[in-house]
Design a protein around this ligand. Structure first.
Ligand SMILES: [Zn+2]
Length: 187
């Protein structure tokens, strides 16, 4: 039987860090991977009383890690928009774990795969930031308005800014990034 420390070390090896996103994004994705973020299900699991166990986005299901970052109908829409933007094939259907381990097999081109992985990590960071904005809103109106924000374009904007200030090649223009993010020859 593995000790907790050994199993954490083993898991650490299967997580894929990405040097083209800010540290805070890597750390957030790492905590998602370890299931260490204080989602409502995790708080309850630790014996902490939670007034409302439901997901901040759909307000229906228990807020588990997988639900919050992946299977919530509201978040699923965001992932589908991302995959559509990257022209992923219809059979492309990774799990949250696949995304975090970068075993999605998105492209044979290593740079394109790394950019796509970076975008996926930014989605994860943004979902958590968005969720916190909703649950810490000062009023129901403010929470509802946060729920309806256009998260897809925010992810596009942040990923262009963050990835291309770190990756060692020329940045896309906004126009080419939105049209053909996978084409590194377009600028
Ligand atoms: Zn939900």
């Amino acid at each position: 039987m593995l000790s907790k420390r050994s199993s954490l070390l083993l898991m650490a090896r299967s997580f894929s860090w990405n040097s083209w996103v800010p540290r805070k994004v890597n750390i957030c994705a790492w905590r998602v991977f370890l299931n260490h973020l204080p989602t409502r299900a995790n708080l309850m699991h630790r014996g902490i009383q939670v007034q409302n166990p439901c997901c901040a986005f759909c307000e229906v299901h228990l807020e588990s890690t997988n639900h919050c970052f992946f299977s919530c109908p509201k978040i699923e829409i965001l992932w589908l928009k991302i995959w559509d933007w990257w022209k992923a094939s219809g059979s492309f259907n990774p799990s949250l774990e696949d995304i975090l381990k970068k075993i999605v097999g998105f492209s044979e081109d290593k740079k394109v795969s790394k950019i796509f992985h970076a975008v996926s990590m930014i989605v994860i960071w943004h979902v958590w930031t968005w969720r916190n904005k909703i649950i810490h809103a000062a009023s129901i109106e403010e929470a509802n308005s946060a729920r309806h924000e256009d998260n897809f374009s925010t992810v596009q904007r942040l990923s262009l800014l963050w990835i291309f200030s770190r990756a060692p090649f020329r940045s896309h223009s906004w126009d080419s990034w939105v049209r053909q993010p996978y084409d590194l020859g377009v600028s």
